[in-house]
Write a protein that binds this ligand. Structure first.
Ligand code: MCN
Ligand code: MOS
Length: 729
């Protein structure tokens, strides 16, 4: 087994010497045909014979106590098999919070909290019966209004400690130029297209679940714990996942409810949450209020920067939106303060949604930089250039790689930034006001422990195995490309098996560390294979050249791989882990977004006309899927700038608009041409393949570029997203 933590890692020798030209290439996703022909088994498809359908009964009030159930009307429906409300394992919420610790509770922590499960012979009957279950309650007043509840500064929540360096207040008092502005962002739902769904059955004495989940290794442990089973008796499968956006990083209560039903009834059970219920059984991104203060001289050199925000969580949630996450390493300045304060609410848990912290934090800091540039009469890029730090300005650690200045330069050139008219509201195209804006983008890079097996088989084909998921990201393809590159095979000669907890454990898809971590494990597994191949042809591993299915060493002729493995497949195992480099360097992916909008001078309608960005992501593993990721992220940026807003009914603790009818995500008509370019700079400190985060980079800063362009078009500074017509008229 090849094991490396990244302090010992130079790039694995095999990858450094590889000449296949596969890794990085714009290869279409290898599972694409299966997906478009219906051959891909998503969680809710193809159940064992006789499967029943589950539907979840949620709490009818926002706080209080359950006093009883009246199930008569539900039981009267033909096709209802069971109604379970007294199992002590029924969780109070999803596993990203501590709600599962309250299994079996009668207390109501929030509206829609799971209380019972109805099992029936069809989905329609299950859902109708669930609607007919009457829950008797003692309702209590709940805390549903973020603005009305006290802000707690002294809390231990979240993974991001508060930072307080130097003296921001003194710097603000002494500075020639200051900015002190407040921004708000509303509740965001993850909004994956595939609903939260699971099919569960017993395979012998193993509880087997095909579940739409991003991180199945952790899910297995959670399910085992909730079901009071040893982990070996739980197997989670997620071969295809129709999007997650953070919403499927934990285990939803419906998964446990379906498992309880399958256990009690001795048959397979399927559950898929109706769209509106996802809002209550899953998590959402907290609404935030944010204050940004910057102190600088008249040349724009920043002396102090503070980014402080408030986010909500319920009593059980351990997560707290890390609002200033992206701001911490972004700009120079001696005095620095970054923190997130807490408001406790009786709502479903808040949790990781599409770039926690950065997505909405960079909206505030990047709009603030635009405001400051205008106040100083400086070009926004020039202001950023003057404050580009040489080392991480908060931790003083060196950056592993940081090509942000190049992103600005190349982006400005490609977009045509120099043609910008700095005076707002001065470019007109008929009844449209036209403006352009930009923003920086940053997403922290992390490498997480991951393992993988690779087998080179007797037919000269390779198989990669690990428990990664592909949530639409391109995991299948990049794992095939990594192995193909090192073993000299075209990717169609590499089979990828993922999405099964029986396979070596990875970090799953989350935090944008999935690809770098899993590909590193695959690269290390391939090192094992190279060592064995070298032994078989009596050469040193560094002499091997693998290309087009053949091995050459020194002067020897090319030998087909199939000849070398005849009768004796070669297995490799790789294990990658973060090491000292992760601690010694400050790591992030970067980018610069550029945006052109047109705002109708009569109606206030905003149309994004074009967006373009340049991104620094270390090694690009697949030019096509990486670009897809960035473009998708930018679409989400447009989406939160102009549309998305989850509204809480502060009297009842209900969401007013928990579906796609009224929670507006950007659709095709909202999305213009989006161009994406990469500056590739392999980051050897990041991981063995030198790849940094991509998945959540596109959304970071994208909304700010839109809002800054709106300012340039109209002269109206909007600090609360989404930007609606009334704000511009
Ligand atoms: N990639 C690349 N080069 C790199 C890094 C990544 O080419 N240097 C490409 C690969 O195709 C890889 C993909 O980008 O499969 C994403 O890699 P990575 O940034 O490591 O992200 P993860 O694999 O950890 O995926 C999770 C990430 C997160 S956290 C969210 S949220 C998100 C996202 O991915 N949710 C998504 N992208 C999504 N894309 C789709 N279609 N659906 C979601 O729900
Ligand atoms: Mo992404 S929000 O970390 O799954």
């Amino acid at each position: 087994m090849t094991h490396q933590s990244i302090d010992t890692a130079e790039r694995p020798g095999g990858l450094a010497r590889a000449r296949q030209g596969t890794l990085g290439a714009a290869i279409p996703r290898i599972e694409g045909p299966l997906k478009v022909t219906g051959g891909a088994t998503y969680a809710y498809e193809r159940a064992p014979a006789g499967a029943l359908y589950a539907a979840v009964v949620g709490a009818p009030v926002g706080a209080g106590e359950v006093t009883g159930f009246d199930t008569a009307a539900a039981e009267a429906l033909a096709g209802v098999v069971a109604i379970i409300h007294d199992d002590p394992r029924i969780p109070a919420g999803e596993s990203n919070s501590r709600a599962m610790a309250h299994a079996g509770t009668r207390r109501i922590f929030h509206y829609g909290q799971p209380l019972a499960v109805v099992v029936a012979k069809s989905q329609a009957v299950a859902r109708e019966a669930a609607a007919r279950v009457r829950v008797h309650v003692d309702a209590a007043p709940g805390r549903h209004d973020m603005a009305a509840e006290p802000v707690q500064r002294d809390h231990k929540l979240g993974f991001l400690p508060a930072i307080d360096k130097g003296d921001v207040d003194a710097a603000m008092a002494a500075a020639e130029v200051t900015l002190d502005v407040a921004y708000t962002t509303p509740v965001h739902f993850p909004a994956a297209l595939e609903p939260h769904a699971t099919t569960v059955w017993w395979d012998g004495d193993v509880l087997t679940l095909r579940s739409s989940n991003q991180v199945i290794g952790a899910a297995r442990d959670t399910i085992a714990q909730a079901m009071k089973l040893p982990a070996e008796r739980v197997r989670v499968l997620a071969p295809y996942v129709g999007g997650g956006f953070g919403g499927k990083t934990g285990v939803g209560p419906e998964v446990i409810l379906a498992a309880i039903a399958a256990e009690k009834l001795g048959c397979a059970v399927k559950v898929a949450l109706p769209r509106q219920q996802i809002a209550y059984l899953g998590h959402h991104r907290s609404a935030t209020t944010q204050r940004v203060r910057i102190a600088c001289d008249t040349d724009g050199h920043i002396a102090a920067v503070a980014h402080e925000g408030v986010a909500a969580q319920n009593d059980d949630g351990a997560f707290l939106e890390p609002i200033p996450f992206g701001s911490i390493p972004l700009y120079a300045g001696e005095s620095r303060r970054f923190r997130t304060d807490l408001v406790r609410l009786d709502l479903p848990a808040t949790g990781a949604v599409r770039a926690p912290g950065e997505a909405i934090g960079t909206f505030a800091i990047e709009c603030a930089m635009d405001e400051l540039a205008e106040q100083l009469g400086l070009d926004p890029i020039e202001l950023r250039r003057r404050n580009e730090p040489r080392v991480d300005p908060t931790s003083n650690k060196p950056f592993s790689t940081r090509r942000l200045l190049d992103c600005y330069d190349e982006g400005a050139r490609r977009f045509g930034w120099p043609a910008r008219v700095p005076d707002p509201a001065s470019v007109r195209d008929g009844e449209w006001l036209v403006g352009i804006g930009m923003a920086a983008s940053l997403r922290g890079n992390f490498t997480v422990e991951a393992a993988a097996d690779v087998v080179l088989d007797t037919d000269g084909r390779a198989t990669v195995r690990c428990d990664m998921t592909d949530i639409g990201t391109g995991t299948y393809t990049i794992l095939a490309q990594t192995a193909g590159e090192i073993l000299g095979l075209s990717p169609d000669r590499v089979t990828v098996e993922i999405g099964d907890t029986n396979l070596p454990k990875t970090a799953g898809s989350g935090g944008s560390f999935g690809a770098g971590s899993a590909c590193s494990a695959v690269a290390l597994a391939c090192e094992d294979i190279l060592a064995e191949l070298a032994r078989r042809i009596n050469a040193a591993p560094e002499e091997l050249v693998l290309k087009d299915g053949c091995v050459t060493a020194g002067e020897t002729r090319a030998v087909p791989l199939a000849d070398l493995v005849r009768g004796q497949p070669i297995a490799g195992h790789g294990h990658s882990a973060p090491g000292q480099q992760a601690k010694r360097t400050s790591q992030a992916s970067h980018g610069a977004h550029f945006c052109e909008v047109a705002v109708n001078a009569v109606t206030g309608e905003v149309r994004v006309r074009r967006m373009l960005g340049v991104y620094d992501v270390g090694r690009v593993l697949n030019r096509k899927t990486a670009e897809n990721q960035i473009v998708g992220g930018v679409v989400w940026g447009i989406s939160y700038a102009l549309g998305e807003a989850g509204v809480v009914d502060t009297r009842s603790g209900r969401f007013v608009n928990p579906d796609f009818g009224e929670y507006h995500v950007a659709v095709n008509a909202d999305v213009p041409q989006i161009e994406c370019h990469f500056i590739e700079d392999i980051d050897d400190a990041a991981n063995q393949v030198g790849a940094k985060a991509v998945g959540e980079l596109g959304i970071s800063g994208a909304g700010a570029a839109v809002v800054n362009a709106i300012y340039n078009a109209t002269g109206v500074r909007v600090r609360d997203v989404p930007v609606t017509l009334d704000a511009l008229l």
